[in-house]
Design a protein around this ligand. Sequence first.
Ligand code: DC
Length: 218
Amino acid sequence: MSYSIAIDGPAGAGKSTIAKLIAKKKNYIYVDTGAMYRAMALFFLESGIGADEQEKISAASKHVDVTISYENGEQIVWLNGRNVNGLIRTEEVGRMASSSSVNKDVREKLVELQRALADKENVVMDGRDIGTCVLPNANVKVYLTASSRVRAIRRYEELKAKGEECNLDVIEKDIIERDYRDMHRDISPLRQAEDATLLDSSDMTIEEVADAIIALCK
Ligand code: DC
Protein backbone atom coordinates (compact mmCIF):
# COMPACT_ATOMS: atom_id res chain seq x y z
CA MET A 1 0.00 0.00 0.00
CA SER A 2 1.35 3.41 -0.89
CA TYR A 3 1.50 6.19 1.71
CA SER A 4 0.01 9.62 1.07
CA ILE A 5 0.36 13.03 2.69
CA ALA A 6 -2.25 15.60 1.61
CA ILE A 7 -1.51 19.30 2.04
CA ASP A 8 -4.27 21.78 1.22
CA GLY A 9 -4.51 25.49 1.76
CA PRO A 10 -4.80 28.90 0.13
CA ALA A 11 -2.38 30.45 -2.36
CA GLY A 12 0.96 31.45 -0.87
CA ALA A 13 0.70 29.47 2.38
CA GLY A 14 3.99 27.73 1.54
CA LYS A 15 2.48 24.41 0.47
CA SER A 16 4.82 23.67 -2.42
CA THR A 17 8.04 24.65 -0.59
CA ILE A 18 7.08 22.50 2.37
CA ALA A 19 5.73 19.59 0.32
CA LYS A 20 8.97 19.51 -1.71
CA LEU A 21 11.07 19.46 1.46
CA ILE A 22 9.03 16.64 3.01
CA ALA A 23 9.17 14.64 -0.23
CA LYS A 24 12.96 14.98 -0.20
CA LYS A 25 13.30 14.02 3.46
CA LYS A 26 11.04 10.99 3.12
CA ASN A 27 11.99 10.07 -0.43
CA TYR A 28 8.41 10.40 -1.64
CA ILE A 29 7.14 11.83 -4.90
CA TYR A 30 5.98 15.45 -4.74
CA VAL A 31 2.79 16.05 -6.73
CA ASP A 32 2.00 19.71 -7.39
CA THR A 33 -1.66 19.59 -8.50
CA GLY A 34 -1.84 23.38 -8.95
CA ALA A 35 0.69 23.01 -11.79
CA MET A 36 -1.76 20.68 -13.58
CA TYR A 37 -4.57 23.26 -13.32
CA ARG A 38 -2.11 25.90 -14.51
CA ALA A 39 -1.12 23.81 -17.57
CA MET A 40 -4.79 23.43 -18.52
CA ALA A 41 -5.27 27.19 -17.97
CA LEU A 42 -2.33 27.93 -20.26
CA PHE A 43 -4.02 25.89 -22.98
CA PHE A 44 -7.27 27.87 -22.58
CA LEU A 45 -5.39 31.18 -22.68
CA GLU A 46 -3.47 30.11 -25.79
CA SER A 47 -6.76 29.05 -27.39
CA GLY A 48 -8.20 32.53 -26.79
CA ILE A 49 -10.85 31.28 -24.36
CA GLY A 50 -12.08 33.74 -21.72
CA ALA A 51 -12.20 32.96 -17.99
CA ASP A 52 -16.02 32.97 -17.96
CA GLU A 53 -16.58 30.85 -21.08
CA GLN A 54 -17.39 27.63 -19.25
CA GLU A 55 -18.84 25.79 -22.27
CA LYS A 56 -15.74 26.46 -24.31
CA ILE A 57 -13.57 25.41 -21.37
CA SER A 58 -15.50 22.12 -21.11
CA ALA A 59 -15.21 21.45 -24.83
CA ALA A 60 -11.51 22.38 -24.97
CA SER A 61 -10.68 20.27 -21.91
CA LYS A 62 -11.45 17.17 -24.00
CA HIS A 63 -8.49 18.00 -26.26
CA VAL A 64 -5.99 18.62 -23.51
CA ASP A 65 -3.50 16.03 -22.50
CA VAL A 66 -1.76 16.92 -19.23
CA THR A 67 0.81 14.49 -17.86
CA ILE A 68 3.69 14.74 -15.45
CA SER A 69 7.10 13.17 -15.18
CA TYR A 70 10.08 13.62 -12.87
CA GLU A 71 13.63 14.68 -13.55
CA ASN A 72 16.05 14.76 -10.59
CA GLY A 73 13.06 14.90 -8.26
CA GLU A 74 11.57 17.90 -10.07
CA GLN A 75 8.06 17.61 -11.48
CA ILE A 76 7.78 18.37 -15.20
CA VAL A 77 4.31 19.19 -16.54
CA TRP A 78 3.59 18.28 -20.14
CA LEU A 79 0.80 19.96 -22.07
CA ASN A 80 -0.01 18.02 -25.23
CA GLY A 81 3.56 16.72 -25.28
CA ARG A 82 5.20 20.13 -24.55
CA ASN A 83 7.16 20.87 -21.38
CA VAL A 84 5.37 23.96 -19.97
CA ASN A 85 7.17 24.31 -16.61
CA GLY A 86 8.65 27.64 -17.67
CA LEU A 87 5.30 29.12 -18.75
CA ILE A 88 2.84 28.40 -15.96
CA ARG A 89 4.15 30.49 -13.04
CA THR A 90 2.72 33.86 -14.14
CA GLU A 91 -0.05 35.78 -12.35
CA GLU A 92 -2.13 35.61 -15.56
CA VAL A 93 -1.98 31.81 -15.68
CA GLY A 94 -2.67 31.60 -11.91
CA ARG A 95 -5.81 33.72 -12.27
CA MET A 96 -7.01 31.67 -15.24
CA ALA A 97 -6.30 28.44 -13.32
CA SER A 98 -8.42 29.68 -10.43
CA SER A 99 -11.29 30.51 -12.83
CA SER A 100 -11.11 27.41 -15.03
CA SER A 101 -10.71 25.06 -12.06
CA VAL A 102 -14.39 25.63 -11.17
CA ASN A 103 -15.20 23.56 -14.27
CA LYS A 104 -16.43 20.01 -13.65
CA ASP A 105 -14.80 18.51 -16.76
CA VAL A 106 -11.45 20.08 -15.95
CA ARG A 107 -11.58 18.77 -12.38
CA GLU A 108 -12.68 15.24 -13.32
CA LYS A 109 -9.82 14.84 -15.74
CA LEU A 110 -7.14 16.05 -13.32
CA VAL A 111 -8.49 14.26 -10.25
CA GLU A 112 -8.27 10.98 -12.16
CA LEU A 113 -4.62 11.64 -13.01
CA GLN A 114 -3.84 12.59 -9.39
CA ARG A 115 -5.47 9.45 -7.96
CA ALA A 116 -3.61 7.23 -10.41
CA LEU A 117 -0.30 8.73 -9.23
CA ALA A 118 -1.09 8.24 -5.54
CA ASP A 119 -2.13 4.64 -6.23
CA LYS A 120 1.32 3.77 -7.54
CA GLU A 121 3.69 5.87 -5.43
CA ASN A 122 4.21 7.28 -1.94
CA VAL A 123 3.22 10.90 -2.43
CA VAL A 124 3.16 14.31 -0.84
CA MET A 125 0.39 15.99 -2.80
CA ASP A 126 -0.56 19.63 -2.46
CA GLY A 127 -3.58 21.53 -3.73
CA ARG A 128 -7.02 22.71 -2.62
CA ASP A 129 -9.12 19.51 -2.50
CA ILE A 130 -6.62 16.72 -1.83
CA GLY A 131 -7.80 15.80 1.68
CA THR A 132 -11.48 16.45 0.95
CA CYS A 133 -11.87 14.91 -2.52
CA VAL A 134 -8.82 13.50 -4.31
CA LEU A 135 -7.44 11.34 -1.47
CA PRO A 136 -10.11 11.14 1.24
CA ASN A 137 -8.16 8.25 2.82
CA ALA A 138 -4.77 9.98 2.85
CA ASN A 139 -2.60 8.83 5.78
CA VAL A 140 -1.87 12.39 6.88
CA LYS A 141 -3.92 15.48 6.07
CA VAL A 142 -2.79 19.03 6.72
CA TYR A 143 -4.53 22.34 6.14
CA LEU A 144 -1.74 24.87 5.82
CA THR A 145 -2.57 28.54 6.01
CA ALA A 146 -1.10 31.97 6.88
CA SER A 147 -2.55 35.47 7.07
CA SER A 148 -3.22 37.17 3.71
CA ARG A 149 -0.65 39.87 4.59
CA VAL A 150 2.11 37.33 5.30
CA ARG A 151 1.26 35.46 2.09
CA ALA A 152 1.32 38.71 0.10
CA ILE A 153 4.70 39.67 1.58
CA ARG A 154 6.15 36.27 0.59
CA ARG A 155 4.86 36.68 -2.96
CA TYR A 156 6.14 40.27 -3.09
CA GLU A 157 9.62 39.16 -2.03
CA GLU A 158 9.60 36.41 -4.68
CA LEU A 159 8.64 38.82 -7.47
CA LYS A 160 11.14 41.43 -6.27
CA ALA A 161 13.91 38.81 -6.30
CA LYS A 162 13.02 38.11 -9.94
CA GLY A 163 13.31 41.84 -10.63
CA GLU A 164 9.58 42.27 -11.34
CA GLU A 165 7.69 45.48 -10.58
CA CYS A 166 5.04 44.85 -7.93
CA ASN A 167 2.85 46.45 -5.30
CA LEU A 168 2.15 44.77 -1.97
CA ASP A 169 -1.45 45.99 -1.64
CA VAL A 170 -2.33 44.85 -5.16
CA ILE A 171 -0.83 41.42 -4.47
CA GLU A 172 -2.78 41.10 -1.22
CA LYS A 173 -6.04 42.09 -2.94
CA ASP A 174 -5.38 39.48 -5.63
CA ILE A 175 -4.71 36.82 -2.98
CA ILE A 176 -7.95 37.65 -1.15
CA GLU A 177 -9.94 37.46 -4.40
CA ARG A 178 -8.33 34.14 -5.31
CA ASP A 179 -9.08 32.72 -1.83
CA TYR A 180 -12.71 33.77 -2.19
CA ARG A 181 -13.08 32.11 -5.62
CA ASP A 182 -11.34 28.91 -4.49
CA MET A 183 -13.44 28.69 -1.29
CA HIS A 184 -16.82 29.47 -2.83
CA ARG A 185 -16.94 27.39 -5.99
CA ASP A 186 -19.58 24.64 -6.24
CA ILE A 187 -17.30 21.66 -6.86
CA SER A 188 -14.63 20.72 -4.29
CA PRO A 189 -14.16 24.19 -2.78
CA LEU A 190 -11.08 24.83 -0.66
CA ARG A 191 -11.87 23.92 2.94
CA GLN A 192 -10.21 22.11 5.82
CA ALA A 193 -11.10 18.40 5.86
CA GLU A 194 -12.65 17.36 9.18
CA ASP A 195 -9.72 15.04 9.91
CA ALA A 196 -7.00 17.47 8.77
CA THR A 197 -4.54 19.13 11.14
CA LEU A 198 -4.56 22.93 10.92
CA LEU A 199 -1.13 24.58 10.69
CA ASP A 200 -0.69 28.35 10.50
CA SER A 201 2.72 29.11 8.99
CA SER A 202 2.58 32.90 9.62
CA ASP A 203 5.11 32.71 12.46
CA MET A 204 6.82 29.39 11.64
CA THR A 205 9.92 28.66 9.60
CA ILE A 206 9.82 26.23 6.67
CA GLU A 207 11.77 23.66 8.71
CA GLU A 208 9.37 23.97 11.65
CA VAL A 209 6.35 23.37 9.45
CA ALA A 210 8.01 20.42 7.67
CA ASP A 211 9.03 18.86 11.00
CA ALA A 212 5.50 19.28 12.38
CA ILE A 213 4.08 17.42 9.36
CA ILE A 214 6.71 14.67 9.53
CA ALA A 215 5.86 14.22 13.22
CA LEU A 216 2.24 13.59 12.17
CA CYS A 217 3.43 10.67 10.01
CA LYS A 218 4.73 8.77 13.03
O1 DC B 1 -1.57 26.29 -6.10
P1 DC B 1 -1.63 27.10 -7.36
O2 DC B 1 -1.60 28.58 -7.12
O3 DC B 1 -0.60 26.67 -8.36
O4 DC B 1 -3.07 26.76 -8.01
C1 DC B 1 -3.60 27.48 -9.09
C2 DC B 1 -5.12 27.37 -9.07
O5 DC B 1 -5.52 26.03 -9.41
C3 DC B 1 -5.79 27.67 -7.74
O6 DC B 1 -6.14 29.04 -7.61
C4 DC B 1 -7.02 26.80 -7.75
C5 DC B 1 -6.68 25.67 -8.67
N1 DC B 1 -6.45 24.41 -7.96
C6 DC B 1 -7.53 23.64 -7.65
O7 DC B 1 -8.65 24.05 -7.89
N2 DC B 1 -7.36 22.43 -7.05
C7 DC B 1 -6.14 21.97 -6.76
N3 DC B 1 -6.01 20.77 -6.18
C8 DC B 1 -5.00 22.76 -7.04
C9 DC B 1 -5.18 23.99 -7.64
